[in-house]
Design a protein. Structure first.
Length: 110
């Protein structure tokens, strides 16, 4: 997916990168940073908690709120893609390291 983001957004100008989509949808830069933060603070946290806790409650990831708080549109598109790539690779590595018993662990998503 990071390569798709580079292919799709790699040639957009900074203005285009910060332009929201239709009906208030995320702009390209917001999408990339949202994916990075979701991987780091959503999925990575859920993976860790599922492995360390018995039947943890897994809170929702409020991407719209975080995007506003972190002013994604003021950030670099390229850095957002890189942050997403790094976070995604760490999560994939963590999942590949799981054994069969780890895959049976459960939690409850909000």
């Amino acid at each position: 997916m990071p390569d798709f983001l580079v292919a799709f957004f790699g040639t957009v100008s900074p203005l285009e990168a910060a332009t929201p989509g239709p009906n208030g949808a995320f702009s390209p830069v917001e999408h990339c940073w949202h994916l990075a933060d979701l991987e780091r603070e959503g999925y990575a946290v859920r993976i860790r908690r599922l492995l360390e806790e018995d039947n943890p409650g897994l809170p929702d990831f409020d991407g719209a709120r975080i995007a506003r708080e972190r002013s994604y549109t003021s950030l670099s598109l390229a850095e957002g893609i890189d942050a997403f790539r790094d976070a995604r690779l760490r999560n994939i590595e963590a999942l590949r390291a799981l054994d069969a018993a780890d895959w049976t662990r459960r939690g409850e998503q909000e």
